[in-house]
Design a protein. Structure first.
Length: 703
């Protein structure tokens, strides 16, 4: 709670409650699954991180923290799908805590109280905060909500104080991660030699004739492959055939589709609600009471995209009109009423590149200005703005090309806002803008807009009724009750006309069975309770009931021949075909002679502008080995040996090669190398640190 008192001493304070967005930033993307039941048995550990066991209790505590943050942020209890996401966030947060803590300490990275104050009430309020604390009437960021929240904390219940303490940690952790990622991306460097090589790769051009002989010139029946050869191939290439614990399943799906009667009922109801909404004098109250959608009454601020169902179906949107019902691709009926349209606070969209000057003396600021001016000149001469932002930007927007999104004039520091709003057209502002934070290069991407809409929406799901669901369940339950082994599974399915579907290589953390979503309960049964040829009870998924037969279960290691037979057979067969093709080419000295051996099945082509950095050979496809061999030729008229690519044999003849002249400056190529490396750096380091931590995940036994 120490930070609260410090902030209260400042005027114009603003503290936000933003949890889920920050967790997303810290750990990456969202993964969804339905199961929120916490079960387990055996060992009390859900995994290991860097050799440290993670107990079930510690994991549950982290889940509860994440869940509480979600509830505070959204005002509702998470759904089944969202609970899976929250559990995944909690697990990733534990990994991040352990993996990155030592990195931050080793680098001396810290976040001061002053930085936190600036993030929530200063000139650099975090985007998540601005987006979440919005006045529903104006659609704009509302500082008074922050003031009210902070003033209520002194007498707030313990759980709310605990929640705020968690927010302090999240604010600090998110800023630390930004600092760490910026260190990685800005530390990338390419030498002049690397830039020169990149230039040569892009500019060396060869004129080449190339013969392509696909493997299908020899029929599969002409090539005998034994199991011993297949096993030998797997042993020789074990790294290609590593598998985790997995299982092979068969299942019968009983689809839950709404009947004609169900559809008629929903359509009748949405039409009734549409008529009532049209006549309503209190649109927001009406849709909040009657809609099944998540956000039935919305304020669309300048720049916000209006609902697609409205835009796609209505050419001229009029205030007071009701449009619909429309059937969406989500199997819902939806009706919109445009309640109000007015001129709200104007908002503009822009991107920027910040060259920071905090803490610098005048000489330091002059040097930063010089650098910024040089970058501005490069952009004026054609350098892509987003690429420059990624390379030079010194704030969190660098990773998204400098994009600031839509913002009102009062949201930004005065000098910046006045420069952006003074623009008469989109594009680059051709002078640097200095603020208290440093020098900015600004590009206006959208001119100011002020149109604001209030739209009320009624949405009803087109779903099977209880009567339909009961009928489908009875059929599934009857099938499961009369099936106890693999033989009966096949016989009963055939007798009832049910289709048996295969799902092979299912892993312990899988969430789906082929195209069946949210099948986590089924997969937990497979890896915890099932035995081979055991038949499951009926499981209810999102849109179906399923009955499953476990046909095989394999442990982590090298794949068995049966698991990868088809893939390995193709590889071994192609190796034999390659040897047979090469044998047939012996004694042939020209590409034309070689082609004649295989008649119309082989193709002889010319590529006059093949570049050294290419990986695709026209008429062949992905052929890096062949291209490498071509540029290894020294003299015109020289031919490569037959080269084994994935889909056939390539033989090439060099007609001519043009090497590029030396140039005075390779910095453009160095910059491109740096940008490419910077975009991958954060992710690659994260993966490397997790590998070094040797994370072991046993959560599938519990969830």
């Amino acid at each position: 709670m120490a930070l609260i008192k410090k902030i209260r001493q400042r005027t114009g304070l603003a503290i936000g409650v933003i949890a889920v967005g920050l967790i997303f930033f810290l750990i990456g993307g969202d993964i969804l699954s339905p199961n929120s039941t916490l079960l387990g048995g055996g060992s009390n550990d859900v995994g290991e991180i860097a050799g440290e066991s993670i107990s079930y209790e510690e994991y549950i505590q982290k889940i509860e923290e994440t869940k509480f943050a979600f509830q505070q942020n959204t005002g509702r209890t998470p759904s089944e799908n969202e609970m899976y996401s929250l559990r995944e966030q909690a697990w990733q947060a534990l990994i991040v805590d352990r993996v990155f803590k030592t990195q931050y300490e080793a680098l001396g990275l810290t976040v001061t109280d002053a930085e936190l104050v600036d993030m929530v009430q200063g000139k650099n309020i975090i985007a998540e905060l601005r987006q979440q604390l919005v006045n529903p009437e104006t659609g704009e960021f509302d500082r008074m909500q922050l003031v009210t929240f902070l003033q209520s904390l002194e007498n707030a219940p313990p759980e709310q104080k605990a929640f705020w303490a968690q927010q302090e940690r999240l604010f600090a952790d998110s800023r630390l991660r930004i600092k760490y990622d910026n260190i990685l991306t800005t530390a990338e460097y390419a030498t002049t030699a690397e830039g020169k090589l990149e230039y040569r790769m892009a500019s060396t051009v060869a004129d080449v004739d190339h013969l392509f002989i696909p493997f299908y010139v020899i029929s599969d029946s002409a090539v005998a492959v034994t199991d011993n050869e297949l096993k030998s191939y797997i042993k020789k290439h074990e790294a290609k055939f590593k598998v985790s614990d997995n299982a092979d399943l068969q299942y019968v799906s009983f689809d839950l589709n709404p009947s004609g009667e169900d559809s008629t009922l929903v359509l009748s109801e949405i039409r009734r609600l549409t008529d009532e909404l049209r006549a309503s004098d209190s649109d927001s109250t009406f849709v909040l009471r009657n809609s099944e959608g998540q956000n039935p009454f919305m304020v669309y601020r300048p720049g916000d995209a209006l609902p697609q169902t409205l835009v796609n179906n209505v050419e001229n949107i009029a205030v007071g009109e009701t449009y619909g019902p429309f059937l969406t691709n989500r199997s819902t009926y939806i009706t919109h009423k445009v309640t109000e349209k007015f001129d709200g606070t104007p908002r503009i969209r822009a991107s920027h590149i910040l060259f920071g000057t905090n803490g610098l003396d005048e000489a330091g600021k002059v040097a930063v200005r010089f650098t910024a001016q040089n970058v501005l000149t490069e952009i004026q001469n054609g350098l892509d703005f987003a690429s420059a932002a990624a390379q030079y930007g010194q704030d969190g927007t660098a990773q998204r090309g400098g994009d600031l999104g839509w913002f009102a004039k009062e949201d930004f520091v005065t000098e910046f806002a006045e420069a952006a709003y003074a623009a008469k057209s989109t594009g680059l502002i051709n002078n640097l803008v200095e603020t208290e934070y440093g020098f900015h290069i600004i590009s206006v991407t959208e001119l100011p807009k002020s149109e604001t809409y209030k739209i009320a929406t009624v949405e009803l799901e087109l779903a099977p009724t209880d009567a339909t669901r009961n009928d489908v369940f009875r059929r599934a339950d009857s099938f499961a009750a009369n099936t106890s082994n693999a033989k009966e599974f096949e016989a009963n399915a055939k007798a009832e006309g049910y289709r048996i579907i295969q799902a092979n290589g299912v892993e312990p953390f899988s969430r789906n069975l082929n195209n069946l979503q949210n099948a986590r309960e089924v997969i937990r049964w497979v890896f915890n309770d099932a035995s081979v040829v055991k038949v499951s009870p009926v499981y209810e998924l999102d849109n179906s009931y399923v009955v499953v037969l476990l046909t095989n279960k394999s442990e982590e290691g090298t794949a068995s021949l049966e698991q990868v037979r088809q893939e390995v057979t193709a590889q071994v067969r192609n190796e034999k075909k390659a040897a047979m093709i090469v044998e047939k080419l012996k004694g042939k000295t020209t590409l034309e002679e070689m082609k004649a051996v295989f008649s119309t099945d082989a193709s002889l082509d010319n590529t006059s502008d093949l570049r050294l950095n290419a990986s695709v050979l026209p008429g062949v496809g992905f052929a890096p080995r062949a291209i490498g061999a071509i540029f290894g030729l020294k003299n015109s008229g020289e031919m490569t040996k037959p080269i084994h690519e994935d889909i056939g044999i390539v033989v090439a003849k060099l007609n001519n090669m043009v090497s590029p002249p030396e140039i005075a400056d390779y910095t453009g190529y160095q910059r491109q190398l740096v940008m490419n490396s910077s975009q991958r750096a954060s992710y690659m380091v994260m993966m490397a640190l997790q590998d070094l931590a040797e994370v072991k995940d046993y959560r599938y036994k519990f969830f």
